[in-house]
Design a protein around this ligand. Structure first.
Ligand code: FAD
Ligand code: SIN
Length: 531
């Protein structure tokens, strides 16, 4: 048994920011399932949205967030997160983060920040480090963490399940007491206890066949919280990013919306600007609208992709502003300064998640959730671009402040060891990878950008069968990372489908042909599931 004051699951922007804030007050364990930098954060391109420009205001950022969220955002939460953004950005800069600067900036107090633009934003307000913003943020936070003697990072440690008082009948009410964690190197499952556990495990892009997300994004936090009895909300709102590179050899490479922010235009294979007439912001409309328009265009023409064209901009500008995208496209033989980039939509962001307040508090005592794993109400039915790094920074700070103001007591409990099966059978292991493929394919085919109830019901039946198989397999066999992730993607797939089936309307990212319009009775109504 390993005891800490704070147990943090995940080492992206949410987990690292929180750990830094609580470290002066106790021992912190950051448990992370691969190497410390491997996270969605590390791949973020566009940047962090925050009000910094002279022509901008908090009200405008709030309005843009609410408009993108299609009537489902919690306005109070939006105001708090947008309002506290500039202070968190200043802290990040003090910590060592270097955002891109420009001589022509519309700076406000902060020196010469270059402000980018993305879909749904009425002003330039995206702070970025060229097109590698996430890598720079992750580095700045990891450097700061390495200077903190109170923080231990445990790599290759996979959180399997939360330990709750409800499960073991230890006390009245449901409290989180820690987590069971699989050490991939030793093969052992260890018991971690702490009065405060933070879920910062990120999103679930890998539930879908095509995604912009790295392999870690298997929805583990949502699945663990659901099994533990926490409320899970709005999982039907999976955001598909309109522009993932389309190339047979490219795996999950995003072409940032900032390319459209700097003038890039979407075209069909004939060169037509098909976003004309779809939305006043054309190629820079909110993501749900652009992704759906691309999907429609591809279905209408039978084409495998559409094109993103920024060739009218000077070559020097493109290479300096988008060095990573330029280099990566070139490695696949596409020179974006001379030819349009073939792109397709792909699963990108989980707008729903573990239900929390704006301080990250879940409905289980001692359990907090921050970042993509959480559903605070900021994003509503469709997240505004670059609002997620912002949300993680603000909510990590607020969760830390709340906890430090009223530290929870340690619970003395006799926690049983993890019980694991002992069977191994290499022939059976192939079943795990088949089931993985089957779930991801069926989610792509039946629970994608455009849905119908018939397809959702078909998906629900198949997922239930797969879950039955996984349950048998899971309890008989020795734990492996692949098996744990399979169990989690199946749970998350089930939650997405159940949420989608229980919303009889189209709103934001949940577009259902059986209910093509929004129903005012469902505005401001979350879909909440509990185990
Ligand atoms: P993550 O950064 O994903 O971190 C999750 C951590 O949890 C990882 O360390 C992971 O290994 C760990 N973990 C997961 N499961 C377990 C487990 N069972 N046990 C232990 N550890 C576990 N948002 C923006 O605001 N602006 C952008 O420009 C932007 N660009 C993006 C580009 C790409 C390609 C992608 C994929 C996303 C982008 N996003 C962007 C979204 C944003 O990056 C994420 O929402 C955000 O980084 C999530 O941060 P997080 O800390 O919540 O999770
Ligand atoms: C992008 O750079 O297009 C991603 C921005 C985001 O997901 O917020």
């Amino acid at each position: 048994m390993k005891s800490f004051d704070f147990l943090v699951l995940g080492s992206g922007v949410a987990g690292l920011s929180f750990a830094l804030k609580v470290a002066p007050r106790g021992r912190v364990a950051i448990v992370t399932k691969k190497s410390r930098a491997e996270s969605n954060t590390n791949y973020a391109q566009g940047g962090v949205a925050s009000v910094m420009g002279r022509d901008d205001s908090l009200e405008l950022h709030v309005q843009d967030t609410l408009a993108a969220g299609a009537g489902l955002c919690k306005k109070g939460v939006v105001s708090v997160i947008v309002g506290e953004g500039p202070a968190r950005i200043r802290e990040l800069i003090e910590l060592g983060m270097k955002f891109s600067e420009t001589e022509n900036s519309a700076e406000r107090g902060l020196a010469k920040l270059d402000l980018g633009r993305e879909g749904g934003h009425s002003r330039r307000r995206i702070l970025h480090a060229k097109d590698l913003t996430g890598r720079e943020i992750e580095n700045a936070l990891l450097n700061a963490v390495s200077r903190e003697p109170n923080i231990s990072i445990l790599e290759n440690h996979f959180a399997i399940d939360l330990i709750t008082s409800r499960k073991f009948g230890i006390q009245n009410g449901n409290r989180c007491l820690g987590a069971y964690v699989f050490d991939r190197e030793s093969g052992r499952v260890e018991t971690f206890t702490a009065p405060v556990t933070l879920l910062a495990t990120g999103g679930c892009g890998k539930v879908y066949l095509y995604t912009t997300n790295p392999d870690i994004a298997t929805g583990d936090g949502v699945a663990m919280a659901y099994r533990a009895g926490a409320g899970i909300a709005n999982m039907e709102f999976i955001q598909f990013h309109p522009t993932c590179l389309y190339h047979p050899k490219a795996k999950s490479f995003l072409v940032s919306e900032a390319v459209r922010g700097e003038g890039g235009v979407l075209r069909n294979l004939e060169g037509g600007e098909f976003m004309d007439g779809q939305h006043p912001m054309k190629s820079l409309a909110p993501r749900d609208i652009v992704a759906r328009a691309i999907d429609g265009e591809m279905k209408k023409s039978g084409a495998d992709c559409v094109l993103l064209d920024i060739t009218h901009k000077p070559q020097k500008f493109i290479i300096e502003r988008f060095p990573n995208i330029y280099k990566t496209c070139l490695s696949y033989g596409i020179d974006m300064t001379r030819e349009p980039i073939p792109v397709v939509p792909a699963a990108h962001y989980q707008c729903g998640g573990v239900l929390t307040d704006v301080d990250g508090q879940t409905d289980i005592g001692g359990l907090y959730a921050v970042g993509e794993v959480a559903c605070t109400g900021l994003h509503g039915a469709n997240r505004l671009a670059s609002n997620s790094l912002l949300e993680a920074l603000v909510c990590a700070h607020r969760a830390a402040e709340k906890i430090l103001a009223q530290p929870p007591q340690k619970v003395d409990a006799n926690i049983p060891d993890w019980q694991s099966g002992s069977a191994t059978d290499p022939d059976e292991l192939v079943v795990v990878s088949h089931n993985w493929d089957e779930i991801r394919r069926l989610m792509w085919d039946y629970v994608g950008i455009v849905r119908t109830n018939k397809r959702l019901e078909r998906a629900a039946k198949r997922i239930a069968n797969l879950q039955e198989e996984i349950r048998e397999y899971y309890w008989n066999f020795i734990v492996t990372g692949d098996l744990l992730e399979l169990r989690n993607i199946a749970t998350v797939a089930e939650l997405i489908v159940r949420c989608a089936l229980s919303r009889p309307e189209s709103r934001g990212l949940n577009y259902n042909l059986d209910f093509p319009n929004s129903d005012p009775a469902w505005s401001q109504r979350d879909t909440v599931l509990r185990n």
